[in-house]
Design a binder for this molecule. Sequence first.
Ligand SMILES: [Ca+2]
Ligand SMILES: [Ca+2]
Ligand SMILES: [Ca+2]
Length: 276
Amino acid sequence: MKKSVVLPSLFLALVACTRTIGAREGTDTTSVVVRFEVPSSSTRESNSSHAVHLRLIADQGPLESALTVSVIDSSGTLVAGADYRLRSWNVTFPIGSVDGQRRAITVEVLDDSLLEGPEHVLLALHGPSLGRVSRDAPLTHEVTIMDDERVSIAFDMPASMADERGGAHDVWLRLVADGATTAVPISAVVVDSRSGSAVSDRDYVAFGTQTVTFEAGSTDGAVERVVLELQADVLEESEEVVDLSIDEVCGPGASIGNPSNHIVSIVNDLVRGFGR
Ligand SMILES: [Ca+2]
Ligand SMILES: [Ca+2]
Ligand SMILES: [Ca+2]
């Protein structure tokens, strides 16, 4: 009789023991991995928030305890609190989360009126409460915030008149910024298109290539100049022109504006009665 009582008890104990091991295998923390879903993403500065997804790898079964992982910010070109904010530094996969489950962290994008070019937030994962961070790519996630400010550089006027005897003649260029402030220098390269009737090195000193730079902090309507050096001659000529053009604009979000050409009319001193 005693045997028939003891054996079922032992059997139950073995079953219970087997079940416990099974449960422990379900929480095998070495098999639980958390990683970024993709290595990079981008958003516009005008988008107020941007989600970055983490992925759970738990192929041994659903989580039997919650997994919390920290997000580390190791950004380069942005200023936390000015360009962006992370709404939370921790992400939790709750109990029962399954393999492939995603959780998002939210990058709050802060719009500004600075012309800055693209900015980058570099995120990494650290210290999951169970399991580990993936040792395979993607180890980090880079969010590129595309700037939405735009500026252009144009000639202030499409044309001007210069007295042949005038020597230096200023030609002004204007920054069109539409409410933006430059955070980086923006430059324009001005060249002589050589399509005008005036002759380089005779009617004016060879213009070459002149670069104007609008320094950081420039706003709409800022002006910079190039200089055309006129040379007097003793020839009686009709009006001659020099055609200057903006060849290139350098800087993020910067383009060539309108007018992109400027005609300098050289009024001959003899024609105008300026003759000596
Ligand atoms: Ca910004
Ligand atoms: Ca903006
Ligand atoms: Ca901006």
